[in-house]
Ligand binder design. Sequence first.
Ligand SMILES: O=P(O)(O)OC[C@H]1O[C@](O)(CO)[C@@H](O)[C@@H]1O
Ligand SMILES: [Mn+2]
Length: 390
Amino acid sequence: MEAEKKAISLLSKLRNELQTDKPIVPLVEKFVDTDIWNQYLEYQQSLLNESDGKPRWFLSPWLFVECYMYRRIHEAIIQSPPIDDFDVFKESKDQNFFESQQSIIALCTYLQELMKTIEDLEDNQLKDEFFKVLQISLWGNKCDLSLSGGDTSSQKTNIISSLEDLKPFILVNDMERLWSLLSNCKKTRERASITRVDIILDNSGFELITDLVLADFLLSSKLATEIHFYGKTIPWFVSDTTIHDFNWLIKQLKHSNHKWMSKCGVNWENHIKMGRWVYLDHMFWTLPHEFSAMSQVAPDLHAELQKAHLILFKGDLNYRKLTGDRKWEFTIPFHQALNGFHPAPLCSIRTLKAEVQVGLQPGQAEQLSASDPSWMTSGKYGIFQFDGPL
Ligand SMILES: O=P(O)(O)OC[C@H]1O[C@](O)(CO)[C@@H](O)[C@@H]1O
Ligand SMILES: [Mn+2]
């Protein structure tokens, strides 16, 4: 109880700093990333003129301040042993999973049915199925909890039957290019050589299920032979996946009473055991840096990603970090907005929740603004935006 009281008082202090636009203060508790965070704060300070004073909540870049808020929430927890490994968002993440049960059952059933015939599918049928699981994973990204302030945001309808109706909401659609890349890898792959797809995960609960369905499909269709998943080392943006969420979810499936749900759980655990699926994390994903800084700030991670044949970045926050969260012209090429970040061919799979979007056709953004003013932030629109081999 003493620890809880302490954490709550630290969190109240944080809320007060935020609400009254106080200066952003350095982190105090020693942790693996403390020095890097404090250096980044100094860098933000260096961008200001003398007269502008200190970085502050209402004034500093949103990407930085929003990441900092989640890192300070974590600081309040690690400063309060013995509850220093408590995940303040765990309850809402689990709730999202349980509330999405029906959709999860539908997905697991769909996947297991597909598995029965996958070996016999013609190329064009396989491509159709690939596009389906990609779209499932895209719309799975609607269900994050940070947009709703942690309120429930689960998937209650059957996503598979909605795919056709949702197609007009895909603003950039590079699915064909993903197919070309992976089907080419499959055709030209020598025996025993590998095709590795890395998935930079976003939210736990329903979205994670959709990502695992995609990952399982990639293996079963032989479009890939190995999947590396990246999650977060600390609770992040309410719903993001940590190793505990990842393991918890697979266990939930495995022990489910539903035949196909538990089959998925068993298969997925097996993928992990056999090393076909590898879960990794790295502190870089919970730093405030944009991805073009990765080769400098986290060269080991950058070198690791270079070994992938394709990297899929799930979610809105990853898109903001890919593009540096800048006020880009809507028509600027994605490649340019990446600002030199290209460890391997990569694709953003994201529903739009923040005001950054590049690579649109001339006039497309203007048309959207006229017909649907909240198009950039409602999560209603989505993209598959690919930056191919150089
Ligand atoms: O889980 P996702 O798709 O990264 O969404 C997180 C997004 O939600 C917000 O926290 C609130 O809209 C954005 O700032 C952030 O980019
Ligand atoms: Mn998220």
